[in-house]
Design a protein around this ligand. Structure first.
Ligand SMILES: [Fe+2]
Length: 480
């Protein structure tokens, strides 16, 4: 394990070396510092250190488009609370009651095991500069039990499985805060940590400062981990400080990773942007198959010889769309694709295709090809079934209505402290979050329905987040 990340044989840090490293961080010459600064030679590094050179970018985001959707590697909570602009992931919400806005990283996960890991992101102020608040990472959401798409919803309300916040405050303070308190879900209680700040004390980031936030997860003995959060002011070449929390359980760090921008509890606060997220070390698993979008899904009907197919896109920018095209060919063949039709992007980010004289007697494969000015073309594949034989005895209908993503909302609702713990559903547990409906999908597959019917209540306005009646009803509906 240590070999892979160090390139050398495992060697434990002696107390003397640890002391030197600690001093190095306080004085701003340690290995936590960005490229260009003096770093200890490989021989000096402890076995559980993930080197700077092993940090890999999660993705490259386009810098020539402004849109609500961040990109295929991310899921923002909520869609209307974030945007991509000038290559930065930018939070738009700093009002009171919009605590812990998150952008989950779908293609990375902190995994269980005695392994080292490291996360780094560049951050800065995006708005409401004179207010307080904090930004940073939320790690360890859901643990191994919660499906990654359910864990990716983690936001405002703390609760069981809610993870650990690793934050940089507006005042320059570095902190670890819980996100697990079911009784006081907006407390975000500060956890004990050793902190080191430069001799001048805390430094308040300025409006244009670019701050590197670096989180190291280092294995200690007996399955415990040391978390080391360092902030470096890239613009001024200054260390802001380091916070170290030790003896952290593996279950507290394993799970979903998210970026966080938050006002202080119950008050308005600053907004933050993020850029150039990198991860490294075997503790941070790469999950490239977990991307989502820009085509979220498709639906089709065939009626009286007409195929109608809709493709739902994630909220892209109108001006980046070049073309959206439907192709088809006989199922299971490698024949050349036949042109179906092209479609414009409609309000609601949907593309609607219509093909006349559809041949219902055979099965077809199809693909929806999306071309944009900001990324390589992408194709979404599916299959169009033939008409069920008329006169057949059975015709199976699958009804998909009244689906709610979570029993308890992800806002501030608290459990009753007088009830016993087995009488409530922990907020970020499989018992509470049904999304993405694994049981429902599995049972539908088992029934092999000829027709899926959606008769309403495909979402509920108050689940898993608050009713949003005025602002961005389209994005709120899509989010839900
Ligand atoms: Fe309903």
């Amino acid at each position: 394990m240590g070999e892979r990340t160090n390139g050398g044989s495992p060697s434990r840090a002696t107390p003397r070396r640890r002391e030197l490293l600690k001093k190095a961080i306080v004085t701003g010459a340690g290995a936590s510092l960005p490229a260009g600064c003096a770093t200890p030679s490989e021989k000096q590094l402890p076995w559980n250190w993930v080197q700077e050179a092993h940090l890999q970018p999660v993705t490259t985001l386009p810098d020539n488009v402004t849109r609500p959707w961040i990109g295929p590697h991310f899921w923002s909570n909520r869609l209307q609370d974030w945007r991509l602009r000038a290559g930065k992931i930018e939070c738009l919400r700093g009002e009171a009651s919009y605590e812990i806005r998150t952008v989950s990283v779908l293609t990375r996960e902190v995994v269980a095991g005695r392994l080292p890991g490291r996360l780094r992101v560049t951050t800065g102020l995006a708005g409401h500069l004179n207010r307080d608040g904090f930004c940073g990472f939320l790690i360890g959401v859901g643990g191994p039990e919660l499906e990654y798409r359910a864990a990716a919803l983690a936001q405002r309300g703390s609760g069981e499985g809610g993870g650990l916040l690793c934050t940089l405050g507006r005042d320059g303070r570095l902190q670890f805060r819980e996100h697990t308190n079911e009784v006081d879900p907006l407390a975000f209680g500060v956890q004990a940590a050793e902190t080191h700040y430069p001799i001048g004390g805390l430094t308040r980031p300025a409006a244009d400062d670019r701050i590197q936030l670096d989180l190291e997860i280092r294995p200690q003995r007996a399955g415990r981990f040391e978390l080391r959060l360092t902030a470096w002011n890239e613009s001024r070449g200054e260390l802001l400080g380091t916070a170290i929390r030790r003896d952290v359980r593996d279950e507290a760090v394993a799970g979903n990773i998210a970026l966080v921008s938050s006002p202080p509890p119950r008050r308005p606060g600053a907004c933050w942007w993020f850029q150039d997220l990198r991860t490294g070390g075997e503790k941070i698993a790469n999950r490239p198959d977990r991307t989502f979008g820009p085509i979220a899904d498709t639906l089709y009907t065939v009626n009286e010889g007409v195929l109608r197919l809709s493709a739902q896109l994630t909220p892209v920018a109108e001006e980046e769309v070049e073309s959206i095209r439907l192709d088809y060919r006989p199922a299971g063949t490698a024949e050349a694709w036949r042109r179906g039709s092209t479609a414009e992007l409609q309000p609601g980010y949907a593309a609607l295709f219509r093909c006349e004289k559809w041949d219902l007697t055979q099965v077809w494969d199809y693909r929806v090809v999306y071309r944009s000015r900001t990324a390589d073309p992408v194709a979404y594949h599916g299959r169009i079934r033939k008409d069920p034989e008329s006169g057949a005895d059975d015709f199976t209908i699958g009804l998909c209505s009244c689906t709610t993503p979570a029993a308890r909302a992800l806002e501030a609702g608290r459990i009753d402290p007088d009830r016993s713990p087995d009488e409530y559903l922990g907020r970020y547990t499989p018992e509470n979050i049904y999304f993405p409906y694994a049981d429902l999908v599995q049972n539908l597959h088992r029934q092999r329905p000829d027709l899926l019917v959606f008769t309403g209540d495909q979402i509920y306005q108050n689940s898993p987040t608050r009713v949003e009646s005025r602002e961005n009803p389209t994005l709120d509906y899509l989010y839900k």
